[in-house]
Design a protein around this ligand. Structure first.
Ligand SMILES: Nc1ncnc2c1ncn2[C@@H]1O[C@H](COP(=O)(O)OP(=O)(O)OP(=O)(O)O)[C@@H](O)[C@H]1O
Length: 316
């Protein structure tokens, strides 16, 4: 039995290797009812591998997954019943309409009759496809197909919805519809696991965010808790030409500069927020022979937290 306060998802010490490569390393997570947890990390961080183990598609080398109190290893069929999965790859029948896809998948899940019809109407409403129920789904935009995929994942009223980068490659209208649906479902009490490499989505949707890189959770908390990790530092991006390498060395030697990351046309710095820091940086870069064309100062956000924790940019 699970009580009201028990987590819908409990993941402990999950690990998975592919050959000698450790794709997921000791990942532990919990999600309560009505809570949205974001897995934020760049491509290749191990998000899909983590999700595949959580939903029972891939066996872990170590660790455990419990969904609504049911062990995925011991009772996979029962555990999977509580999960709605929206995978990265679309799983719909292109020749069928949105409604017929939903009726088909609903029957596969054991729904029938008036209850199935009611669920189809409800999930179409949730993803904003009520006015597009007819016509083969192959005529849909990428974003509409993904919304249909989300609707399919919701048919059996799962306690946990797992979305793997659901807005990648979708049009802005569908992106908006997807984010709004997730917010609504969360308000209604659904636990949501949301993977993304878009910082803005994690900031908007997620109650808590786990920052993942190289298969491991580097930090976890609310947006505020994560931003506090960076403390009083800002990110300063210097764009330009000239002697970038020399400027990187000179800036790295300044006490206010905590980190320097160099790309062919820009330097990205983590800088302590102190009076005069920016003028010092501009002067030092000019003296080293860098020709500045732009400077952008960003107050801490999840991107800077990620940079601070991993030394990498989210979208590199
Ligand atoms: N079946 C597999 N065989 C070998 N290596 C794999 C396999 N699946 C994933 N990997 C590797 O494991 C690591 C994590 O991949 P994963 O797909 O989980 O990352 P991700 O964060 O979901 O990124 P993406 O957004 O690109 O899917 C990567 O280095 C990837 O190359």
């Amino acid at each position: 039995m699970t009580g009201m306060t028990d987590p819908v998802l409990r993941v402990e010490g999950l690990r998975r290797c592919f050959g000698t490569h450790v794709a997921v390393d000791d990942v532990s997570l919990q999600i309560a009812p009505g809570e949205t947890l974001g897995l934020l990390g760049p491509n290749g961080a191990g998000k899909t591998t983590t999700i595949s183990m959580i939903v029972g598609l891939l066996a872990p080398d170590a660790g455990s997954v419990h969904v609504a109190g049911v062990s995925m290893a011991e009772h996979p069929i029962r555990a999977k019943r509580s999960i709605g999965l929206v995978p990265q790859d679309l799983a719909i029948y292109p020749e069928l309409s949105a409604r017929d896809n939903l009726l088909y998948f609903g029957r596969l899940q054991g729904l029938s009759g008036a209850h199935l019809k009611e669920r189809v109407a409800t999930v179409l409403e949730v993803v904003g496809l009520t006015d597009r129920t007819k016509g083969a789904s192959k005529t849909f935009s990428g974003g509409m197909k993904r919304r249909l995929n989300i609707a399919i994942g919701l048919l059996h009223e799962p306690a946990l919805l797992v979305l793997d980068e659901p807005t990648v490659g979708v049009d802005p209208q569908s992106r908006h519809a997807i984010l709004t649906s997730v917010e609504q479902l969360s308000t209604e009490g659904m636990a949501v696991l949301y993977t993304t490499h878009y910082m803005e989505e994690a900031e908007r949707l997620c109650d808590r965010i786990a920052i993942v890189d190289d298969g491991a959770v580097r930090a976890e908390g609310t947006r505020e808790q994560l931003v506090d990790l960076v403390g009083g530092s800002d990110t300063v991006a210097l764009t330009g030409g000239g002697e970038l390498a020399a400027a990187a060395r000179a800036l790295g030697a300044l006490p206010v500069v905590e980190q320097v990351h160099e790309s062919p046309t820009a330097l990205r710095l983590v800088v302590r927020r102190e009076p005069g820091a920016i003028s010092e940086i501009v002067a030092a870069s000019a003296e080293a022979g860098m020709v500045l064309s732009d400077i952008e100062i960003t107050r801490p956000d999840l991107e800077s937290v990620f940079l601070h924790l991993t030394g990498k940019a989210l979208r590199d």
